[in-house]
Design a protein around this ligand. Structure first.
Ligand code: HAM
Length: 534
């Protein structure tokens, strides 16, 4: 007998189940409310985008894009012929080639392959050659004989022609990736929908799954959820972007204030905000060179990862958690001492503005972030109960990113909260919320009682109460046991007596008290005590 296969969620992904999903919903609802009070509107970008978008925005040499993306190139596999069949002419080989040919035709029809006239002609040619191959296949001798050599050679020629024709079709750049983050999507959408023409700045927030092929551990998943927000503002023509230091700093500070207000509303514990400035196009390259030169002097004392990063991205060496490197890193030049005048002024102003808003922070000159688009302000927030993956939010300024993606000169600042980690920290602090429970369990017996039970359940549900109505009658003892297990607050007991008198029996499960009351009295009792769902 065939063994039954047990399916499991893929490594790094998981099911979010009730009652935990109630906490997720509450967190997301609170985000909408808090961000709404700051004038943000919700946006829902797609879950996959062109690979090129992330490569350009986040940086093709970053870990996130270079190593961790889930990418698909539908065109790559279009003309794939099974190598084990390819050696010799056979009906199976023809069928196999046919699958490839029809895959290409299908991709062209759907527009996955650019629908140019040239491509249309080539797809038609491919089909024509394949039809010849099909015809010839019917005449293929069963076994190779000397006199069949000609047919076999003709067959081979047609196979090669199919292959050549398929390779001539211009597939275009169709690689797509599951989004590893959403800032790139928000910027793409800002450009695509001409949002620079809206009143500026445009403030957007989003919630949803992101995908990174990281090594899974506590607080780190391959499908994880982010709650993020971005502020985008086109720079009017002829305006020197450097001139608006106070304004930009105020925007940075308000964005940070908003995340902190959100965390405070949720009662997140042990929240620590760290800030830094990583300079701009003018001062950062000079600092990076200085850092590289200093790192070269101590190269032998560094681990292999940091040694590699001296070449590729020396700033990331500052991220190192290796114990043996900490002493060396402490002695390296600090970017905060090498900022140009504008960056230094903005950083000072961000700190002043945070002070005005009563937002406590610590400076961390080693906070460089792992994505290429940042400049000037960067920040990270940690929370309690998370172990090594304790960053619950990361963000920063990214002026110029929209321009890099083909839009007008635009400033940007934003953040993303790791929702999985946020939830974990809330749970660790005992803020996981109550189990789902029910307001009312309707215990009924008899046909007439069922009719009353159904109408009662309808009314109670319409009034917003959580009601469990058993589909078949149960002995009252069993029903009350189930009501207990489900964490119901009240059991409404409906039997012949209750129907005859119109006086319902209501049992308060916590105290065991039982009382008779009319339907309006029961509704009133429920209304006076808070419903579970509020
Ligand atoms: P990020 O620092 O890559 O920034 O991610 C933000 C947050 O997402 C992290 O602090 C962490 O809480 C969470 N996170 C990241 N990877 C994982 C994972 N594998 N499992 C669980 N949680 C994870 C960004 O994504 C930027 N787009 C933020 C931003 C928006 N900057 C400006 N605007």
């Amino acid at each position: 007998m065939a063994e039954k296969k047990k399916f499991q969620a893929i490594k790094g992904t998981r099911d979010l189940l009730p009652p935990e999903t109630e906490l997720w919903n509450r967190v997301e609802q609170t985000a909408r409310e808090v961000f709404g009070t700051f004038g943000f509107g919700e946006m829902r970008p797609p879950i996959f985008e062109p690979t090129e978008l992330f490569a350009r925005a986040v940086g093709s040499r970053t870990e996130v894009v270079g190593k961790e993306m889930y990418s698909f190139d539908p065109a790559k596999e279009l003309f794939a012929v099974d190598a084990s069949l390819d050696a010799y002419p056979s009906p199976e080989l023809t069928e196999n080639i046919g699958e490839s040919v029809y895959r290409i035709k299908d991709a062209f029809d759907k527009g996955d392959i650019p629908r140019t006239e040239e491509n249309q002609q080539k797809v038609a040619n491919l089909l024509f050659i394949f039809n010849q191959l099909k015809e010839l296949t019917q005449n293929l001798p069963q076994e190779f004989q000397q006199d069949s050599a000609e047919v076999f050679s003709e067959y081979r020629t047609l196979v090669d022609k199919c292959r050549t024709m398929a390779s001539l079709i211009r597939l275009g750049n169709v690689s797509i990736s599951l989004r590893p983050e959403a800032t790139a999507s928000v910027c793409r959408a800002y450009i695509e929908h001409g949002m620079h023409a809206l009143p500026q700045p445009v403030k957007l927030h989003y919630t949803g799954p992101m995908f990174r092929r990281e090594r899974p551990q506590k607080g780190r998943y391959r499908q994880f959820y982010q709650i993020g927000a971005e502020v985008l503002e086109m720079v009017p023509p002829n305006q020197d972007p450097a001139k608006n230091i106070t304004k930009d700093a105020a925007v940075d500070a308000e964005v940070i204030e908003m995340v902190m207000a959100f965390f405070a509303r949720l009662g997140l514990e042990g929240v620590k905000l760290e800030i830094n400035s990583i300079g701009d196009r003018e001062c950062r390259p000079k600092y990076v060179e200085l850092l590289r030169a200093e790192l070269m002097k101590v190269k032998d004392k560094l681990g292999p990862d940091s040694q590699r990063r001296i070449e590729t991205n020396p700033l990331r060496v500052l991220d190192s958690k290796l114990e043996s490197e900490q002493g060396i890193i402490a002695g390296l030049p600090r970017i905060t001492d090498h900022l140009c005048a504008n960056c230094a002024a903005q950083y000072a102003e961000v700190k002043r503005q945070l002070g005005m808003r009563g937002v406590a922070y610590a400076e961390n000159w080693r906070l460089v972030r792992g994505l290429d688009y940042y400049m000037r302000t960067t920040f990270e927030i940690t929370a309690r109960g998370l172990g090594s993956q304790n960053a619950v939010c990361g963000g920063g300024r990214y002026d110029g990113l929209v321009e890099l993606l083909g839009g007008p000169p635009t400033k940007g600042i934003g953040f993303a909260i790791g929702e999985d980690r946020l939830i974990l920290s809330l749970q660790e602090a005992g803020r996981g919320g109550a189990a789902q429970g029910r307001d009312v369990f309707v215990a009924w017996m008899g046909e007439r009682a069922q009719a009353t039970a159904i109408t009662a359940a309808q009314k109670l549900r319409a009034a917003g109460f959580r009601v469990e109505l058993p589909p078949v009658e149960q002995k009252f003892g069993k029903a009350l046991g189930q009501a207990d297990k489900l964490g119901a607050r009240y059991a409404l007991i409906l039997g012949d007596d209750e129907i005859a008198t119109g006086q319902w029996t209501v049992k308060t499960l916590a105290s065991g008290e039982q009382a008779k009351m009319s339907e309006p009295e029961f509704l009133e009792l429920l209304r006076r005590s808070k419903p579970l769902s509020s």
